[in-house]
Design a protein around this ligand. Sequence first.
Ligand SMILES: CC(C)(COP(=O)(O)OP(=O)(O)OC[C@H]1O[C@@H](n2cnc3c(N)ncnc32)[C@H](O)[C@@H]1OP(=O)(O)O)[C@@H](O)C(=O)NCCC(=O)NCCS
Length: 173
Amino acid sequence: MTYTIRPASSADIPALLDLHNWSIAELDGTWIEKPETLEGRTKWFNDRMAADFPVLVAEDAAGQVVGYASYGTYRGRDGYDLTVEHSIYIYPHAQGHGLGRRFLDMLVDIARERGKHMMVAIIDAQNRISIVLHEKSGFVQGGALPQAGKKKGKWRDQVTLYLLLDDREAPGA
Ligand SMILES: CC(C)(COP(=O)(O)OP(=O)(O)OC[C@H]1O[C@@H](n2cnc3c(N)ncnc32)[C@H](O)[C@@H]1OP(=O)(O)O)[C@@H](O)C(=O)NCCC(=O)NCCS
């Protein structure tokens, strides 16, 4: 199957909402219990566009969206302005075809072009595929937090992986 990756537009918001709500309902690694609303996902999308953060979608030959990737702020404080936290979500039928790697490579390129210094992935410790994907792309384990979250009545452990995007000696004023 051939997949095309392109920047998302506002016309993709319903598909982005479906992907997000699928991950909330089905994945133990998405530590959210309550489904998102169209209004909420529209605000999320508009906020990402306003902040010049990328939102990418992958579509199949029939034009159906099968996954998305994006990054946004890490913790929100201005001291973290040069660090971004990303996410990649792909429906099961489109997993294992190299899309995750393509998405990740594109996010890294965009973050570098936009002057970011670090990318951070916060991953459920049981999500071996995501951890391996990141390690193969040069991400380094930056620490683990046992029982940092919960989902469906169970504790979930977190691992953090990071990638330094440049070697600047200081961040500048
Ligand atoms: C995790 C995820 C993004 C990976 O994307 P993907 O398109 O399935 O993965 P890729 O085909 O690009 O494979 C990337 C690497 O992951 C590993 N991998 C992929 N599928 C695998 C599988 N079924 N079993 C073991 N390893 C696997 C491979 O090592 C592969 O490396 P390679 O290209 O050198 O062979 C995707 O599976 C997904 O969206 N999962 C559900 C949501 C999720 O967990 N998101 C990440 C949250 S942090």
